[in-house]
Ligand binder design. Structure first.
Ligand SMILES: [Zn+2]
Length: 70
């Protein structure tokens, strides 16, 4: 088994999504369980200038607009 074969197989597994299922089965003990993998962080942007803000910021550090949170 060479490295290219492994890489190719890994690509196939990821395309099929069976990796996620296998991982889910592993951590839950249940087959078909799909774990929720969080890849997105909540991004807060200034409504006025679209600067990406830290969630702790109350006012935009670029333009001073008040940050409105839902
Ligand atoms: Zn701003």
């Amino acid at each position: 088994m060479d490295a290219n074969f492994v890489q190719k197989r890994m690509d196939e597994i990821q395309k099929e999504g069976s990796f996620v299922e296998a991982f889910g089965a592993l951590i839950s003990g249940k087959k078909g369980y799909k774990p929720v993998i969080e890849t997105k962080q909540k991004i807060i942007k200034c409504k006025n200038c679209n600067t990406i803000l830290d969630e702790n910021e109350k006012f935009c550090h670029e333009c001073g607009t008040k940050v409105e949170k839902e």
